[in-house]
Design a protein around this ligand. Structure first.
Ligand SMILES: *[C@@H]1O[C@H](CO)[C@@H](O)[C@H](O)[C@H]1NC(C)=O
Ligand SMILES: *[C@@H]1O[C@H](CO)[C@@H](O)[C@H](O)[C@H]1NC(C)=O
Length: 995
């Protein structure tokens, strides 16, 4: 601190005082100049080990005597020119803390290095600047342990180590930091237990330790943390009970203990936490009743207790919670009635009690609860007349009342809840007809009225529901024809009208459901022929028309249903021969054509030939190579069906495949030739047989030979994949280092030697260290083989994992979000932190590798560029079909925005679990664009996301859609994306109230 004269000096006589001041100023400046110079030198030394792609540290140059380092970027000093503050947040710095001489900064009070790419361990010398008050190392790549020397920084009021990869237990010594007000250790890999010493941190207001791997129980004395206002411990493995003493925390506003293994009851005196606004204890194993004292939490806005083992009734006093906005008690064992005054706050918007054993009628307050936005009461035993117990909800987006005992008719008033996107009352005792006013709900994406007793016709007004994605009316007694008007539901993906009394013919407008993938019209009285327009449903994977009275032949147009997996045409009056174009339905797995009047040879289709007897029986005269069928009599004249549409499809697909092969071969051949010529012409290259261009930690020549030896001269046995650029081999180097070797299709290219900037780029690539970029160890250009050597990933590519059901199931939502985040960070880094920016050009799920922790790593950075020569043919190599930005087709110009587009495709692929090829076009539809139907896109091989995760997924989904904008200028940058993803998700992490 500055040596300003203290008041005592001013009381002295003037001459004495002058002398004193002189001495002090002189003395201190002499002393501080030394300190200042030392500090400047220490900063410069540290700078030499840092990568600073944005040249933020440009001002860190020879310090002048007059100002020392004090005028440098990010540095502040005290009056005596000693550094007090270093603020380098978000500076894009890369490097370690090893070169930072903490001991040389005696006056440092404030040190902020957050949001950089600092890696390696935190040195224990971090405790040397003993005046440190504020220390922020969050959002870096730090790993290793938290040094116990932190306990010496007793002046700290703020300590933030969140969002790194720290993987030790938390040192008990942190409990010594009695001045701490904010402590953030969340989102690391910390192990061990909640340090019991923390209960001495009497000033602590914010304690975040969520998203770690902490075990053991919450200390019984947690109630000693009397100043605590935010306690977030979610997503750990904490067990044992919620300590009673927690309820002594009168200042606590946010308590988040969700996603742990906590058991036992909710403490009786929970109502003591009078300041509580957010209480989230969902997804634990808590049991017993909700204590009555909960009614005392008068400030409570958000209550999540869903997914526990709680029982008893929901206390009537819930109605006293005058600020309640979110009330979610789903999937427990609650019984009894809902509280009468559940909506008394006048703010309730989120109310879910599904999956309990609740009964009785709806509370009266619910009828006028106009604030409701999301309601789930499905899977209980509620009763009452549905037309009397519900009102008009101008804000309601989602309501599910399925699987209860509601009766009565569907009121026409539902047609006034105009924001509804999801309306489900399946599995009740609803009678009467479907009111035509439902047709007013133009936002509706899902209507499920199945398994009731509905009668009458399907109102033609439903044709106005142009946002509809899923329409489910099966298991009722609906009659009349299927209205032709339904054809305007062009967003429809799922239609189930089965088990009704529908009659007449299937309308031809059914061909307008271009996105339909599930169609079930079985168990009706539909007659006449199957409309040929069915052949236009190219997305269809399930088609069930069984148990009707359909007649005529199976349309040959069926051959275009290339997505078909399940086909049931049984129990109709279909006749004639099965079209031979069925040969092309390679995806077909389940087929049932039994009990018709089909005849002739069954097509050469595996599903038919391997079908069980029951699936073929009851026909006239089927024959062929399948169990239960007689072989065909050769003299039997078969009608040859050759479908027009069928052959068209084949023609469209074949040329493109053949074309691709031809182009690829063309390039390959030209290259070989060109290289041959160049090798003979280029005299200076010839003599050096081992002209290696290797920039790596290995010795060049040796490296080359090691690789050749390790792969037995690129023997196929070591090949682990083939891609556009070349084949990949697994090689085990001495010392058991596994590496992936990508042998380029092209042998050494003479041009490379003249392209210095390319070698420069390789050099840059080998120097990149980012956790989401696959490390490039080196590059060899040799007359025989050219190859790149990369870090090896046992788990393989994202593509191979998503493609394998077993593996895909292990990729839960948080892992998937993390993969998307990782790719975004990696791309953002290469676009914004590397200068000049490096564009990948070929982002696809095959280029995303996953490490043991399922962290995403982008491989093949720069390969596309590396392979590009002046010849324009080369550009054709870049990019994988289905990921390439549309403008690339006509501009052939590669910009960062091409990667952004591919990232968008990739993000959707991770969400859907498969390439979103057909979804991309449909994203122009408003209902999907708004993310409302995200739920229907989610990969259903894994459990549905929790609500919090769903919020994150929605953010990612919206970003992905923005990335697919036709015009590259309107796509966000990867930097924006990675910022938004981090910010959005950290907002959620910080427990902000959901609205
Ligand atoms: C630290 O630096 C960032 C940007 O460089 C700035 O926005 C922020 O206000 C600074 N913080 C303090 C406390 O000086
Ligand atoms: C912490 O302080 C104690 C006592 O002052 C000292 O013995 C110890 O060496 C210090 N540790 C570090 C790492 O500075």
């Amino acid at each position: 601190m500055g040596a300003s004269p203290s008041p005592t000096f001013k009381n002295c006589s003037s001459s004495l005082s002058f002398l004193f001041v002189f001495l002090i100023v002189f003395g201190s400046s002499a002393f501080d100049f030394a300190t200042s110079a030392e500090e400047a030198a220490a900063l410069l030394l540290w700078k030499t080990g840092l990568q600073d792609p944005h040249a933020r540290l440009a001002s860190w140059q020879h310090p002048s005597k007059a100002t020392g380092p004090c005028t440098w970027f990010a540095i502040s000093c005290n009056g005596a020119m000693s550094v007090t503050k270093i603020n380098l947040t978000k500076s894009g710095l890369q490097g370690t803390l090893d070169g930072f001489s903490f001991s040389l900064f005696p006056n440092l009070e404030y040190f902020d290095l957050s949001v950089n790419s600092i890696f390696g361990a935190i040195p224990s010398q971090i405790s040397q600047p003993s005046k440190l008050v504020h220390l922020d190392l969050s959002a870096n790549n730090l790993n290793g342990s938290i040094p116990s020397s932190f306990g010496n920084l007793t002046n700290l009021t703020y300590l933030n180590l969140c969002r790194n990869f720290l993987n030790s237990s938390i040192p008990l010594e942190i409990g010594n930091l009695s001045n701490l007000v904010e402590l953030y250790l969340n989102t690391n890999n910390l192990t061990g237990s909640f340090p019991p010493t923390f209960v001495d941190l009497k000033r602590l207001r914010f304690l975040y330790m969520y998203e770690n791997m902490l075990v053991g129980s919450i200390p019984l004395e947690i109630g000693n943390l009397i100043s605590l206002s935010h306690l977030s411990l979610y997503s750990n493995n904490l067990s044992g009970p919620i300590p009673e003493s927690l309820c002594d925390l009168m200042n606590l506003t946010v308590l988040e203990l969700y996603r742990n293994n906590l058991s036992g009851p909710i403490p009786e005196n929970i109502g003591n936490m009078k300041s509580l606004v957010v209480l989230n204890i969902m997804e634990n194993k808590l049991s017993g009743p909700i204590p009555i004292s909960i009614g005392d939490l008068s400030r409570l806005e958000v209550l999540y207790i869903r997914d526990n083992l709680l029982s008893g009734s929901i206390p009537e006093v819930m109605g006293d919670l005058m600020n309640l906005v979110v009330f979610r008690v789903a999937r427990n064992n609650f019984t009894g009635h809902l509280p009468q005054n559940i909506c008394k706050s006048g703010r309730l918007n989120n109310f879910t009690a599904n999956g309990n054993r609740l009964s009785g009628r709806m509370p009266e307050s619910l009828r006028n609860c106009t604030t409701l936005y999301r309601v789930r009461l499905d899977g209980n035993q509620f009763t009452g007349n549905i037309s009397e117990d519900f009102g008009v909800y101008p804000n309601l987006d989602y309501i599910n009342l399925s699987d209860n005992k509601f009766y009565g008719e569907i009121s026409h008033k539902w047609g006034k809840s105009l924001q509804l996107t999801d309306f489900e009352i399946a599995g009740n005792n609803i009678t009467g007809s479907i009111p035509p006013e439902i047709g007013n709900l133009t936002q509706l994406g899902l209507l499920n009225l199945s398994s009731n007793h509905l009668v009458g016709k399907i109102p033609v007004e439903l044709g106005r529901l142009t946002s509809m994605v899923k329409l489910i009316l099966n298991d009722n007694q609906l009659s009349g024809g299927i209205p032709q008007e339904l054809g305007s539901l062009t967003e429809l993906e799922y239609l189930d009208l089965s088990a009704n009394n529908l009659s007449q013919s299937i309308p031809s407008s059914i061909g307008d459901f271009a996105k339909l993938h599930h169609l079930n019209l079985s168990k009706n009285k539909l007659s006449h022929g199957i409309p040929i327009q069915l052949g236009m449903l190219l997305q269809l994977s399930v088609l069930d028309l069984s148990h009707n009275i359909l007649a005529g032949e199976i349309p040959t147009e069926f051959s275009s249903l290339l997505s078909l997996v399940t086909l049931n045409l049984s129990h109709n009056n279909l006749s004639g021969v099965i079209p031979s174009t069925f040969d092309d339905l390679h995806g077909l797995e389940f087929v049932d054509i039994s009990n018709n009047q089909l005849c002739g040879r069954i097509p050469n289709n595996k599903a038919l030939q391997e079908a069980p007897v029951e699936a073929l029986q009851g026909n006239n005269c089927l024959c062929g190579n399948a169990t239960g069928l007689l072989p065909c009599n050769n003299s039997l004249r078969e009608k040859k069906h050759k479908s027009r549409t069928g052959s068209k499809v084949v023609h469209i697909i074949l040329p493109s495949v053949v074309g691709a092969i031809v182009i690829a071969c063309g390039i390959y051949i030209t290259l070989l030739r060109r290289n041959k010529c160049e090798q003979t012409e280029e005299g200076d290259m010839q003599p050096k047989e081992f002209e290696l261009r290797t920039i790596s930690i290995f010795d060049g020549k040796l490296f080359y030979e090691e690789i050749i030896k390790a792969t037995e001269d690129f023997d196929d046995a070591y090949c682990i994949g083939r891609g556009g650029f070349g084949s990949v081999y697994k090689a085990k180097l001495p010392l058991d280092n596994l590496v992936a070797v990508k042998k380029l299709h092209t042998p050494s290219d003479g041009e490379w030697s003249t392209r210095k900037e390319l070698l420069n780029e390789v050099k840059i690539l080998t120097e990149i260290r980012h956790r989401n970029i696959v490390k490039l160890y080196g590059f060899c250009s040799h007359s025989q083989h050219s190859f790149l050597v990369y870090e090896y990933f046992e788990r393989g590519s994202l593509f191979s994992i998503l493609d394998n059901d077993e593996e895909a199931k292990k990729l839960d939502w948080s892992k998937r979000l993390n993969i998307i985040k990782g790719v975004a960070h990696g791309l953002s880094y290469m676009h914004s932190n590397v200068s000049p920016p490096i564009v990948h050009r070929d982002i696809s799920s095959k280029n995303i590798l996953l490490d043991d922790e399922y962290e995403a790593c982008i491989s093949d950075f720069g390969t596309a560029k590396l392979l590009e020569s002046n010849s324009s043919n080369w550009t054709a190599v870049a990019g994988t079909f289905g990921y390439v930005a549309p403008e690339f087709a006509y501009t052939l110009k590669v910009t960062e925005k091409c990667d952004v587009y591919s990232f968008g495709v990739l993000a959707l692929e991770v969400i859907q679990g498969k390439h979103p090829s057909n979804l991309i076009g449909s994203l122009l539809s408003p209902v999907i664009r708004e993310g409302k139907m995200l739920g229907d896109l989610l990969d259903d091989r894994i459990a549905p996301p929790t609500d919090i995760v769903l919020v994150e997924l929605t953010t990612v989904f919206k970003l992905a859609v923005a990335c697919l904008h036709e015009n590259p200028r309107f796509r966000p940058t990867m930097y924006d994306i990675s910022q938004i993803i981090s910010l959005e998700i950290s907002d959620i992490e910080k427990g902000q109230v959901e609205r």
